[in-house]
Design a protein around this ligand. Sequence first.
Ligand code: PLP
Length: 460
Amino acid sequence: RVTATDSHGENIFPSLPPLHHGHSEVHLRNGIMNASRLAADHEPDAEKAFFVADLSQVYRQHQRWISALPEIQPFYAVKCNPDPYVIRLLASMGAGFDCASNNEISQVLDVGGIEPSSIIFANPCKAVSFIRNAAKMGVNKMTFDNSDELYKIARAHPRAQVVIRILTDDSKSLCAFGIKFGAPLVTVPGLLAKAKELNLDVIGVSFHVGSGCYDPTVYDDAIKRARAVFDMGKEAGYSFSLLDVGGGFEDGLFENAACVLKEAINRYFPERAREGIKIIAEPGRFYVSKAFKLAANIIARRAPLTGSEPAAPDTCAAAQAAATAADSESEEEKPAVMYYINDGVYGAFNCILFDHQVKHPYVLSMNGSFHVSSSEPQHMCSVWGPTCDSIDCVSPKTVLPVNLKVGDWLGFDNMGAYTVCAASQFNGFEVSKVIYTTGGAGGFEVRNTLAAFAAAGHGL
Ligand code: PLP
């Protein structure tokens, strides 16, 4: 059992069932697991980079969701971060799950206590064996956006409840999906006729405005298109009962997006017309981005880079761009020190390459102390990952103290979305482990965790 109490000793999570299949239990008390447990998990090399997951943040995001979108049930997009503790917490709070593969379905079902009906297999292009497996697992809801998929589903899972994924405007998102997925509206009547002919049960419509959506007004047009497809469904002899508004929810714009969505739903699906229609969404990054931080150790440094020293090998794309502008760049703008840390773009920071994220570190500890004086000389520096590849650049330009040493720690925020899930072991580097917390007083849970290491004999 997870015991999770806040600093007042209150139990903050609902009672959670035990995890199945060999995930060790964690005990969370006043912010962090106890120090000896942390140390045991991390021996022998205490300088390894690690994530700190604040599960109370996931809990708070869910409270935000419920208060802004009470009518829409979130089906958490597992691909974003398939952490078993996150999945279990979300399940206990009533969320469903969007799975993209067989393994994700198994992962969710293995957590225990989650019904297959709480899963949507939201990948419009699936291997036949995956569709067959979904049928075996009792997962019926699945998306499609082309007629070949309909033939496959009719063969491998004839009792599936299929959902048509339509194309919407994704031009206002960091990661657009329309180039790969989504049926243009002109193709929908033909697809629905084919589904009817194959005796398939089409139950509704889904869309995705793209991940990292920075203009929530696009939800309005997406709902308008979904309305048109509901009407096309009627024409084809279906009575749809599911509207899936996808993902794309950005933390800072969430309430704004919720407003746009609610207004659009009220306009295009007025209250009486939406009786009998279940509305779901597939949020990913909204739930986990802020909940995970990463602590990485400085394992090497190169300085100075000014004066007669040769310039840094700026082969990272961003660094190269910086180098092109370097001639006109003032000395203050040029990276003075190169810091090398023990996680990089082949690991947790793959989000820089795949998810267009930009990362800037802050100093967690310096010379074994958490006290970082504001009078430390700061300069433009660059931060690199541990592999032998020069694309492994975490931050080509970021302001840091120039006298950080090997062994000092850097912290990175917003590391929960599309990070650990796509990390590789390229060059033999391990994927950073996750330490679970319920949040610490003042939000210093990463420093608290480092302090716990130190207290257990693993010096900073
Ligand atoms: N649903 C589907 C089908 C997706 O492909 C994704 C992201 O790739 C998501 C939901 C989650 O999107 P986000 O993290 O932007 O909420």
